[in-house]
Design a protein around this ligand. Sequence first.
Ligand code: P6P
Length: 309
Amino acid sequence: MTLVHLPKRSTLNWHLRTKAKVPDALRHLLVDISRAGRDIRYAIQTSAGGLSGGSNQFGEAQLKLDILADELMENYLRESGTVACYCSEEHDGIVEMDTSAPYSVVFDPLDGSSLVDANFAIGSIFGIYAGSEIIGKTPREHVAAGYILYGPRTLFVYSTGDGVHAFLLSDIGEFIVMQEYLGIADVAKNFSPGNLSAIHDNPGYRKALDHWLETMTLRYSGCMVADIHHILTKGQGIFANVGGKKYPQGKLRMVFECGPFAYLVEQAGGASSDGSISLLDKKLTACDQRSPMIVGSKEEVEVVVKLLK
Ligand code: P6P
C-alpha cells in the first residue's frame, strides 16, 4: 500500500502553533484576523465603489468599502471571544467588546482605500496588545502586529516577536507560509517619500529628498502597506511621512499605522524614528494621535533623522 505523503503542514495556524508557539487565544485571534482579511479581499473584488456619505474621526470621507471592511474586522474580533476592546480608524475612540477578554486590538481596516478604484494594492493593518488598555501603552508592548496586503496576490504578514513571516492566500482560502524571517539590510537603495508637499516648509525634508534623488530609486504607491511591504520583500528601503504646514505631525496615525509598522520593521532588523526616538518607545496618548514616521534600513534612518534636525 502506498502511503500518501501529506504535504508539510504550512498553514498560518500551523505556524502560530509550532513555530511562533503563541498562546491558543492569540493564535485564534490571529487566525480570525486572517479570516477577516480573506473576506475583505472578496469585498474589494466584488463590491460596488463609491462613498458611504459619512466621514471618520479624521473628517475623511468614508467609502462603502471602508465601512464594510471595518464591519468584517469587527465581526471576526467579536467572534474570536478574545478581544476586550479595539481602536479602529473608522470609529471615534476605543470600542469596548468583552472586558474579561485577554487582548486589545488596533487596526486600520482598509488603508489606502482611496486607491481601490485605480486598482492599486491596498491593505489592512493590525496590532495586538495584552490586556484591556491601549492608550498609555508603547508599540514596543505589542504582542503581535501585521497586515494583509490586497494586491495581485493576497498576503498575510505577521510578527509575534520572533521575526516577520509572510503567508500567501491559496485558492481554498488558507494562508500558506511563503517566506519566514523577512529581513531589512542597513543600506537603502529605494525611497518612499510620503507627505511630499512638506518639503516646501520643512527644509530638513527637502534635504532628505535631494539626498535620495542623488543616490536612490523612487518606489512609492501612496499606500503604506504596499510601500513598507516593498521594503520587507526587497530587504531594504526607507519610508518617510513627516510634518509640514498642513500636517505638522505628518499624516500617519500613531496607534494603528506608525506603531504596528515600527514593530514589524524593527522585528525585521530595520529601524524606526519619529525624528527623535524609536517609534516603539513613543507612548500612545490618543486614538487620533499623529506622528512623524521614518522607517526602514537602519543606516538610512539615521541619515534622515540627522537631515531633519
Ligand atoms: P500622501 C493612505 O491614505 C495613507 O494613510 C498611507 O497609507 C499613505 O502612506 C499616506 O496616507 C499617503 O500620504 O502624502 O502620499 O498622500
